[in-house]
Write a protein that binds this ligand. Structure first.
Ligand code: BGC
Length: 802
């Protein structure tokens, strides 16, 4: 699925495909995916072909499959979980006289598709001449409702545009289960489990409505998909409905008079459950269909716009001086919102619901990349996401026990909550995910002061993760509290001692758990937290080992990292990236080579633990050793580059993060979008060039723009208020749109913001020595828009999606 570059005209509020480009088909299916976090539909055509991955997903709906090992080991997960391509309701096939509409046959007179970021719909317009010489224009508008979680709809119109007289057309509107999809898994057992994962339980069709109910064979999850239709036809027509095991079809045959048109609205409803019966699920989708049909297309479209109007009003980032980045940042924010808004009690996968990549799994990407954006733009979605984590707490407790630890050990990758990573060093050993979850809890609580959440979910998450750290590390007379044998964010340095990122995040986790015990004595009582236990947490936090190399004047990413042999970058040809596919782990793990921001990530998220001088020195050191073999790296490097005065470099990385999918920089956007990287578009704007930090319950800013950007404005929601920050090269203006005055810091100075403009000068940036990247890993300088950020292949380029 390695594909060419996708290109889109630059527009502020939309993304348009002009003409049909076969090489970019899969990428466009991903970037035109519509989802609300519950239902996901890739942007494949209504007529079903040409297609790369058709893709319809329901969050949390997966099939189990065996996880193969050449050699088994204690605690290795035995079952994998793979998101299933569910019943496809996007299909509307059109027969023009006797030729099916197919963009590969006949003649495309013109074709565009537009993702409208304010209306939240995908519009398509295709004028097509059939091989038989008749010309029609097909327009469709598709939405996955952000207001009604179980509903999607398609408005489909056929217009006769030639003057050759009346035309007979037929429309077949389908629900299709067990579609053929390409599988990435070479293991025949896994492929077999996923080949036709759905077993039919019920198929009913009546009038213009049909429902199919299926169950997965192994995970025993049940799903219902339903469709109903409204039609407007100018002349005579016949209709038919049929429903069999894997296909339900509504057929409409009509005569369109010269100059006439036909309109069909297809309503879709989806539901799934691990417990409810077929009959109950059928009733559920039929009821949802009935209310959607009653509301009608216009109302659904209006509700969609209302949700987005409110979102952009509260969250928009305006960028002057780079229209391409403006577009990319908004597209990224749109997809982040789509991924999380209605996920409710389900996880947010690394690809959202935009493609099958990473098997549909959720990683730390959610808590560390996606939730910080949503905390300040759509906080209720964060509450839901963390409630989902909380709902998996018993599984995490069980996993901790299996590993001989206390508290909770959350999985590195999962759909339902069980660990499904089959590779220890870049899987369960990445224990930092537990502190990442705790960090997201702290951030959300601080930004919303949601006391109910704290009492019902947050405090327990903090306490159980703190218990894990206390039992994972140990006190050592010489080095304080050590956490040994873990993997930090950098998967090229695995199973190490005292990873600084992990230790500092654990330190925050331990301290915050102690605070939670004070705030929520009832929760602490229920969990049997004794005062001595809290003392241990606080002692561990204050004695936390943070290795430092005094000779080089930098922190060690983990113990002895700076003593390892240097990687021979000059002798590494470009085609040998990503390194993990070309060198044995033995070679990679014991050298100073970094896959993705790790110590640099600590400089951002635990910036309160470093001085500016330390940040400058550390950034330079790790910059020279980081390959950016993961799409999660660029945005974090950008944030720290901006803080340490490397503004042009931060700008270069901003483009790399934000354009990851629009320019298919990792050559695999066809598998689904890189949601964490897209979230990075916002993060670089707000945390990078806005310098926003939220350490220790304080909201602080340190805005500074790169040369090309003349003005930037962003909004954040914070403790029930809307704060707008406008930045130019000379000053920053802060204003509250509503609510009580708010104390913030601007470049270290404490100020109070209210509903009036508070204009503050921006001090000069630090002037550090230039930094360099490894030979061959330099970002392309962003001197003008339209220039593709160049990069070598990355870890994600291959099927080895680790
Ligand atoms: C990265 C991980 C990330 C995962 C999913 C890997 O390549 O190294 O940090 O969680 O991709 O995005």
């Amino acid at each position: 699925m390695t594909e060419g570059r996708a290109t889109f005209p630059i527009e502020p509020w939309s993304l348009t495909e002009v003409g049909l480009d076969h090489a970019s088909l899969g990428v466009h299916e991903s970037v035109f995916a519509l989802t609300n976090g519950h239902i996901g539909m890739r942007g494949s055509f209504e007529e079903g072909e040409p297609v790369v991955v058709p893709g319809t997903y329901l969050n949390g709906f997966f099939e189990e499959r065996p996880l193969p090992y050449a050699e088994a080991g204690y605690g290795f997960p035995e079952q994998g979980q793979t998101m299933v391509n569910v019943t496809d309701g996007k299909l509307i096939r059109l027969l023009v006289k006797d030729s099916p509409l197919d963009l590969e046959y006949g003649e495309i007179i013109d074709h565009t598709r537009t993702l409208d970021l304010r209306a939240g719909v995908l519009r398509r317009s295709t004028e097509w001449r059939s091989p038989g010489g008749r010309t029609v224009r097909v327009t469709s508008t598709r939405l996955v409702s952000l207001a009604r979680r179980s509903i999607a709809a398609i408005e489909y119109k056929v217009e006769l545009t030639d003057d050759l007289g009346d035309l007979y057309v037929a429309l077949q509107s389908d629900l299709l289960a067990n579609e053929d999809v390409p599988t990435e898994d070479d293991d025949p057992r896994a492929a077999a489990a996923l080949a036709k994962p759905l077993r039919s339980e019920l198929a009913v069709g009546r009038g213009r409505r049909a429902v199919l109910v299926h169950q997965t064979r192994r995970s025993r999850l049940r799903l219902a998909a339903g469709m109903d239709h409204l039609i407007e036809i100018p002349d005579s027509s016949t209709e038919d409905i049929e429903a069999s095991a894997d296909l339900a079809r509504y057929t409409l045959a009509a005569r369109i008079p010269q100059g006439g048109s036909l309109r069909l609205v297809k309503f879709l409803a989806y539901g799934w459950s691990s417990r409810r019966s077929s009959a109950a699920l059928r009733d559920q989708v039929e009821a949802a269909l009935a209310t959607a049909k009653l509301a009608g297309w216009d109302r659904l479209a209006r509700e969609q716009r209302d949700v987005l109007d409110q979102h952009w009003d509260e969250a928009d980032v305006e960028i002057e001086g780079d229209d391409e980045l403006q577009q990319a940042v908004r597209v990224g924010m749109f997809h982040v919102l789509q991924a999380g808004l209605r996920a409710e009690r389900q996880p947010i996968p690394a690809k959202g619901l935009t493609g099958p990549g990473y098997d549909g799994h959720t990683f730390w990407d959610t808590e560390t990349y996606v939730l910080p954006v949503l905390t300040y733009t759509a906080p209720h979605a964060v509450r839901d996401a963390l409630r989902w984590r909380h709902s998996t707490l018993d599984l995490a407790r069980e996993r901790a026990r299996e590993l001989g630890r206390r508290g909770a050990a959350f999985p590195w990758r999962t759909i339902r909550g069980e660990e499904t990573s089959g590779y220890w060093p870049a899987g369960t050993a990445a224990f930092h995910i537990n502190a990442d979850i705790a960090d997201a809890v702290v951030r959300y609580h601080n930004a919303t002061l949601d006391e109910d959440f704290d009492r019902d979910f947050g405090a327990e998450l903090l306490i159980e993760t703190a218990r894990l750290w206390a039992s994972l590390g140990h006190f050592d007379a010489e080095h304080g509290f050590r956490i040994d044998g873990v993997t930090g964010p950098d998967e090229y340095t695995a199973v190490v001692d005292n990873n600084v990122y992990t230790n500092l995040m654990a330190q925050r986790n331990l301290r915050e758990a102690a605070e939670a015990v004070k705030r929520q004595p009832d929760v602490a009582g229920r969990l049997d937290v004794a005062p001595e236990e809290v003392d241990v947490w606080l002692r561990a936090a204050s004695l936390m080992a943070v290795p430092y190399d005094t000779q080089r004047g930098v922190h060690m990413q983990s113990d002895a990292f700076t003593h390892h042999e240097e990687w021979d970058f000059a002798g590494t040809p470009k085609e040998n990236y990503p390194l993990l596919l070309h060198y044995p782990y033995f070679e990679i793990y014991r050298k100073q080579v970094v896959k993705q921001a790790d110590l640099v990530m600590a400089l951002h998220l635990r910036g309160d633990a470093f001085t500016l001088e330390e940040k400058i020195a550390n950034f330079a050191y790790y910059e020279a050793r980081t390959t950016r073999d993961s799409s999660l790296s660029a945005s974090q490097q950008a944030v720290v580059a901006a803080e340490t005065g490397h503004l042009q470099l931060a700008y270069d990385y901003w483009a790399e993060a934000a354009l990851t999918d629009l320019q298919n920089l990792h050559h695999n956007s066809g598998h689904g979008l890189h949601i964490a990287s897209l979230a990075g578009g916002w993060t670089v704007a707000v945390a990078g060039f806005g310098g926003m930090r939220d350490h220790n319950g304080e909201l602080t800013f340190g805005p500074r723009l790169p040369e090309r950007i003349t003005r930037m404005r962003f909004r954040v929601v914070y403790r029930g208020r809307k704060l707008t920050v406008t930045v130019t090269h000379e000053n920053a203006t802060y204003r509250l749109e509503d609510g009580e005055p708010l104390d913030i810091r601007h470049h270290g100075r404490q100020v109070t913001v209210d509903h009036r403009d508070l204009v503050l000068a921006i001090p000069p940036a630090p002037q550090p020595d230039p930094v360099r990247q490894p030979v061959g890993c330099e970002p392309r300088r962003r001197s003008r828009p339209g220039v593709r950020p160049e990069r070598h292949a990355s870890a994600e380029d291959s099927a080895v999606l680790r």
